[in-house]
Structure formats: C-alpha cells, structure tokens
Design a protein around this ligand. Structure first.
Ligand SMILES: Nc1ncnc2c1ncn2[C@@H]1O[C@H](COP(=O)(O)OP(=O)(O)O)[C@@H](O)[C@H]1O
Ligand SMILES: [Mg+2]
Length: 276
C-alpha cells in the first residue's frame, strides 16, 4: 500500500529555543491507516502533528504529504486542505455563529462554488451525525458535539488525512466516545487516514498501529497488542496499559486463568464469564 505521509530524518527546533524538540524522525503512514501517537507532555507530539500539515517546516529532513513536500511553499495550501487538524480546545475552533457557516468556512476559503458548498456542508454534517444542528449556535453544543463540528469543517474540505491533536482531552467520557467513534467510522467508510494523538490508552486499542514518543523521538512502535504486551517498555516509558488490560493482568498475577493481553472491555467481560 501507498504511503500517504513520509517523514524522513525530520528534526525540528523552535526559532527562539536552543534545543531541538524533534530528532531525526522517520515515519511512514499508509493510506487508510489509523495511527495513534502516545507520549508524555512535551515529548513533541503536537510539533510532529504540525509538521504533517505544514504548519511547521522541518529544520532538517523532509515531510511529504500526499506526495507533496512541505518545504515547497506553493504546496502549503493544498497540503493543509488534504491534512486537516482538530485541536484540543473545542471553543477555540469555532469561527462562525451558526454551525453550518462554521463548517462552510474552510471550503469557502478554498474557493468552492455555492452549489457544491451546500452539498459539501450537508454531507459533512451527515458524516459526523450533526445535520439536525445545522442552524444551531455552536455555543449551545456540548464539547463532543463541537469537536464533531470541527471534524465536519475538515470533512467539508474533502481531506485525505485527519490529525486529531488530543482532541478529546477536554471532553467528558460521552463526548470522547462520540468523537472517537466518529473518526473510526470516517476511517472505515471513507478511507480517511487518521493520525490520532491522545493520552488516553483506551482510545488506542482499535488503532492499526501505535507509536510512542519520548524526548522528541519515536521510542516504540507496533500494533496495540504488541505495544501493551511489552510491559518492560511500557514501564520504561512510564505509560499505563488500558484499564481492561490492567484488570486482566492483575487477575492473571493472582492466579486466575485469564488472558492478560486483552485490550477491550468486551474481551475482559468474555474472560470473566469464562471464569465463573
Ligand atoms: N511555540 C513554541 N516555542 C518554543 N518551544 C515550544 C513551542 N511549542 C512547543 N515547544 C516546546 O517543544 C517541546 C515539544 O512540545 P509539543 O510538541 O507541544 O509536545 P506535546 O504535544 O507532546 O506535549 C516542548 O518542550 C515544548 O515546550
Ligand atoms: Mg500537544
């Protein structure tokens, strides 16, 4: 399969800082992949996300998105419309006072014609299951609904990649679930590639692949099963395993015959049912 994102030996240093914050990152992401990025505060996740959508340009090395090199300034607008980003704070991302105007903002700026714009906005609102709120005021929505509108604004630009930068961290559990389910559905049904940055371990269990960053480098990479089975690495990186895995591990440690490598609540339930 084709790589939609190719990062080669990319480093980044903020202008006013003396130290690099990303060190020679190599990372390929396949078209249609759901990639999760884990790592503690300050390890460089947001900087990496910004390199991917051309908000920042690597100080050395290269980042190529949909075959476009982000060092080429003329490509920055197409790159940003191909790789849309959803940020942490749902309230900072609304630009209009009516939901549908907010969703229309991105494609309108790309010069999309009125008739097509209408269609795109309706489709985008359908895609995040928010059509009934088209004429609502964004400030009346819940956090999860606001993030789904932010996602719709990106969908309306017909992106190939959605980058979620801790986009669920300010939401309650229900909002987090809504948003996570929405991006998984867009990944499956529309084949949109997802780069999902989070610090909630349980949000990563359905990903195709996880990378764990630390100190500006990628320190671990693998499927969720591979990542969370490597207890030594998890401890070394001071990460946790998902809650269901933690319970299963404790039971196994205490002599119960359960699979300690499960990741999801449903799997845990199955193990528990077999015990009783
Ligand atoms: N605009 C900036 N100017 C200078 N340093 C920054 C800036 N943004 C982030 N940093 C620094 O870069 C490092 C990585 O930050 P960031 O990419 O935001 O990490 P994360 O998203 O994993 O928390 C941190 O040490 C942070 O303080
Ligand atoms: Mg961040």
């Amino acid at each position: 399969m084709q790589n939609i994102i190719e990062i080669k030996q990319a480093s980044y240093k903020y202008e006013d800082e003396s130290q690099e914050v990303l060190h020679q990152i190599d990372l390929n992401v396949k078209k249609g992949e759901f990639l999760c990025v884990l790592g503690h505060n300050g390890c460089g996740k947001s900087t990496l996300a910004k390199l991917i959508n051309g908000l920042l340009i690597p100080t050395s090395g290269s980042v190529t998105v949909c075959s476009m090199d982000t060092r080429n300034e003329e490509l920055l607008i197409p790159i940003r419309s191909r790789a849309g980003m959803v940020f942490q704070n749902p309230d900072n991302q609304m630009v209009a006072t009516i939901v549908e105007e907010d969703v229309a903002f991105g494609p309108e700026n790309l010069g999309v014609e009125q008739a097509e714009l209408r269609q795109r906005v309706d489709n985008a609102l359908d895609a995040v299951d928010m059509r009934q709120f088209a004429l609502s005021a964004p400030n009346r929505l819940s956090g999860g609904q606001k993030q789904r509108i932010a996602i719709a604004g990106i969908i309306a630009m017909e992106p190939e990649i959605i980058i979620m930068d801790e986009a669920t961290s300010m939401l309650d559990p229900k909002g987090r679930r809504e948003v996570l389910e929405t991006v998984h559905r867009l990944n499956k049904e529309k084949g949109i590639t997802v780069v999902y940055i989070t610090h909630f371990m349980e949000e990563t269990v359905l990903a195709d692949r996880i990378i764990v960053m630390s100190g500006g480098k990628i320190e671990a990479e693998g499927t969720p099963k591979e990542i969370f089975a490597n207890t030594e690495k998890i401890n070394q990186l001071a990460l946790e395993v998902p809650p269901s895995t933690k319970i299963a591990q404790k039971l196994a440690e205490n002599g119960f015959n359960v699979d300690a490598n499960i990741l999801q609540p449903e799997e845990l339930l199955e193990e528990l049912c077999q015990l009783v």
